[in-house]
Ligand binder design. Structure first.
Ligand SMILES: *Cc1c(COP(=O)(O)O)cnc(C)c1O
Length: 233
């Protein structure tokens, strides 16, 4: 078995324990394998082990990898998620090469993604990134901006607003980790109560996936636990 296949098995075991402890079903949590900084071959190894969804942060690197994977496995079902910061002049390739974008934090970016989404691909799945760590983070919409942003994005024709995403401040203590994820879930529930049809909480990484699953994560974004330590980030 490849190292990546063994790592995937270990991550699967962790997810399995966490969903069981939370009284949830395994099918409620999607594993997104974050392949940033790793080559197309790493993605192909993970695909051979049954993994289908991959997350990328850096656009040019991602476009090269998507092309290489498509060339090697033209018929394989693979789903690409953009999870990095978005520059407004780079929205077109994101709109045409990805199935999901997790890091929308401004209406202008969402409008561009909607305008530039090729209609034949169907709506682009969107999560709004929320800054739940306040001053400690520069990324994400503030909690105060969120309701208006969500209502506006939900109106855009070529997007499908699915939910919220956050990268909380790093915490090692499970109680602290859970508090941040609980906050995101509360914001998600408030938007649903307001009438938005959201179904996605993108939260949890290699170091805190169990806490995120305990608080309702529906997508966990796992990099190093699958592919190993990164040389750059
Ligand atoms: C890199 C990255 C991950 C994966 O982090 P690991 O700690 O390696 O699991 C998840 N989400 C985002 C947004 C990332 O940039």
């Amino acid at each position: 078995m490849s190292t990546i296949a063994a790592n995937l098995q270990a991550v699967e075991a962790t997810i399995g324990e966490a969903v069981q402890a939370a009284g949830r079903a395994r099918g409620e949590v999607q594993l997104l394998a974050v392949s940033k900084t790793f080559p197309a071959q790493a993605v192909l190894d993970a695909m051979a082990a049954g993994q289908r969804a991959f997350g990328e942060n850096y656009l040019q690197e991602a476009l090269d990898k998507i092309a290489n994977v498509a060339q090697a496995q033209p018929d394989a079902p693979v789903e690409w998620h953009f999870i990095g910061p978005i520059q407004s002049n780079k929205t077109r390739p994101i709109a045409s090469h990805f199935h999901w974008v997790h890091t929308v934090e401004r209406l202008k970016i969402a409008q561009r993604l909607s305008e530039q989404r090729p209609p034949e691909l169907g709506p682009l799945n969107i999560c709004l990134q929320v800054n739940i760590s306040g001053e400690a983070s520069k990324s994400g919409a503030t909690e105060a901006e969120l309701p208006e942003l969500a209502r506006a994005v939900a109106q855009l024709p070529n997007l499908r607003l699915r939910g919220l995403m956050a990268i909380p401040e790093r915490a090692t203590e499970p109680g602290q980790q859970r508090a941040a994820f609980a906050r995101l879930r509360m914001l998600h529930d408030a938007l649903r109560a307001d009438g938005l049809a959201l179904d996605t909480l993108s939260m949890g990484m290699s170091g805190d996936m169990a806490a995120a699953i305990a608080e309702g994560a529906t997508i966990v974004r796992i990099g190093s636990a699958i592919f190993g330590a990164r040389n750059y980030d």
